[in-house]
Design a protein around this ligand. Structure first.
Ligand SMILES: O=c1[nH]c(=O)c2ncn([C@@H]3O[C@H](COP(=O)(O)OP(=O)(O)OP(=O)(O)O)[C@@H](O)[C@H]3O)c2[nH]1
Ligand SMILES: [Mg+2]
Length: 190
């Protein structure tokens, strides 16, 4: 299969690092552009579609974007795509406090990649979900809410796990698996 180069429009260096690590053995080569794209309000799908459409317009070519949501079962999926603002204002402790008094700390991490073939085309979405629960922060505080998210079936948080372990089970890995499969079909048509 021929190698395919893709531009990942993101301002988040941690996301980029994980995407490059997950795709290291693949035929997909990622470069990145940090463009300032306003994020709309709406469902995770609406947020992801609008972000990718705008990114393709600004770039003037094909691209991928990614939107990450952290969804609390007790809060019917919120903060969801607004987790960035919750995390910034409340921190790890505040995310735990939000759930005090609720019967469950169950949560899921949802990653939505969007691929645009270029300006004016409708992006295609690829979702990956990892279930888990919200816990008091454990592990290094290098990446967002990683210390507060303990994936189901593990007694370590994302932050406590080696990167290779997170990258085998993460919301991002699961979404990228689907994106990769789609890109393979495009390459076969080339
Ligand atoms: O602990 C974490 N583990 C992860 O695996 C992860 N993935 C994303 N995030 C954070 O969740 C918010 C998403 O917002 P987001 O999707 O709009 O990202 P962003 O604005 O940072 O970048 P981008 O939109 O330019 O790509 C931002 O605060 C990200 O830092 C994560 N935190
Ligand atoms: Mg963003």
């Amino acid at each position: 299969m021929a190698a395919r180069k893709l531009t990942f429009v993101t301002g988040n260096a941690n996301k980029l690092k994980e995407v490059q690590a997950i795709l290291a053995e693949s035929q997909i080569e990622i470069d990145s552009q940090d463009l300032d794209i306003p994020e709309v309000q709406g469902t995770t799908q609406e947020v992801a579609l609008a972000k990718c459409k705008r990114a393709a317009e600004l770039l003037g070519g094909p691209c991928i974007t990614e939107d990450t949501a952290l969804c609390f079962e007790a809060l019917h999926g919120l903060p969801g795509p607004y987790i960035k603002h919750f995390m910034k204002e409340l921190g790890h402790e505040g995310l735990n406090t939000l759930l005090v008094g609720f019967p469950t700390t169950a949560a899921w991490a949802l990653c939505t990649f969007a691929y645009s073939a270029g300006p004016g085309t409708e992006p295609i979405l690829f979702e990956g979900r990892t279930d888990g629960r919200i816990v008091p922060a454990r592990g290094p505080t290098k990446f967002g809410w990683d210390p507060c998210f303990e994936p189901q079936g593990f007694d370590q948080t994302y932050a406590e796990m080696p990167a290779e372990q997170k990258n085998k089970i993460s919301h991002r890995y699961r979404a990228l698996e689907k994106l990769q499969a789609y890109l393979c079909t495009l390459t076969q048509q080339d």
